[in-house]
Write a protein that binds this ligand. Structure first.
Ligand SMILES: Nc1ncnc2c1ncn2[C@H]1C[C@H](O)[C@@H](COP(=O)(O)OP(=O)(O)OP(=O)(O)O)O1
Ligand SMILES: Nc1nc2c(ncn2[C@@H]2O[C@H](COP(=O)(O)OP(=O)(O)O)[C@@H](O)[C@H]2O)c(=O)[nH]1
Length: 227
């Protein structure tokens, strides 16, 4: 069996983690895991962890570390046959240490995007709450304005994505991410990408991953046929 590949993507709100994760998943055949999706699934299923998580999210707080690790680590341990990319976890140093003791990461992508760009993108981010599908009125608009492409259900705009809320969220991200980034830097697995456009960052991420992911994990459709 080909060696499995485990990666994490980090970045402030609106930096393109979800967008880039989807591209990586499609191009390299990895499973895209999103901590936000796990939390939402648990809330919808009314699990103990979900009920507890909801009380924090409703107050605009992060879910405590022990709840997040209880939710996610068993799922990762089950993924013995899949290569994956995790988006949204770890968010704290305690989570990073817990992840460390569960698996060896091959690579960490950190996105470094200017504040003005984050602000513009988030003020234009529309979400389909049931699936977590994300749209942007300029960058990837829905086919029908205000409606999810697949279900046709209405899209919503989070209050959290308003510029007034962004400064605090960004500060929190910077404070919490700093020691995690230092940890991954010291392990030699951190790769940082800076810029204002996902489409300009993507080729660099694509070529880095092409050198790191065993070709057997990549999907056949991505191979360029010989003339
Ligand atoms: N690793 C985590 N630690 C603590 N709470 C978390 C974690 N991941 C997700 N949550 C909780 C708090 C988040 O507000 C909520 C939804 O997560 P997510 O979908 O990642 O949205 P977000 O709005 O925080 O991120 P972003 O704007 O970066 O996409 O779930
Ligand atoms: N204008 C513009 N919007 C983008 C770009 N990349 C992503 N987006 C949009 O910006 C918003 C934030 O991206 P998302 O992937 O949700 O970021 P995350 O919060 O880090 O997961 C979404 O509405 C995306 O559709 C880009 O290069 N330009």
């Amino acid at each position: 069996m080909a060696k499995l590949f485990r990666a994490v993507i980090m970045g402030p709100p609106g930096s393109g983690k979800g967008t880039i994760s989807e591209r990586i998943a499609q191009r390299f055949g990895l499973t895209h895991l999103s901590s936000g999706d796990f939390v939402r699934e648990n809330i919808a299923a009314n699990t103990d962890a979900g009920v507890l998580a909801k009380t924090y999210i409703e107050r605009g707080l992060l879910v405590p570390d022990h709840v997040m690790t209880r939710l996610l680590l068993p799922r990762l341990e089950e993924m013995t046959r899949h290569s994956w990319l995790m988006d949204g976890f770890p968010r704290t140093l305690a989570q990073a240490k817990a992840l460390n003791s569960t698996c060896d990461l091959d690579l960490v992508i950190s996105l470094n995007i200017p504040y003005e760009t984050l602000k513009d993108r988030l003020s234009d981010r529309w979400i389909h709450p049931a699936s977590g599908r994300v749209y942007n009125m300029g960058f990837n608009p829905p086919r029908v304005q205000g409606r999810d492409d697949i279900s046709g259900e209405p899209l919503i705009h989070h209050d959290d994505d308003k510029p007034e809320a962004l400064v605090a969220r960004l500060r929190q991200y910077k404070d919490l991410a700093k020691p995690i980034i230092n940890l991954y830097k010291s392990k030699g697995i951190l790769h940082t990408f800076s810029g204002t456009d996902t489409d300009r960052i993507w080729p660099y991420i694509n070529s880095l991953l092409s050198t790191k992911i065993p070709s057997t994990s990549q999907t056949d459709t991505q191979r360029i046929p010989m003339p």
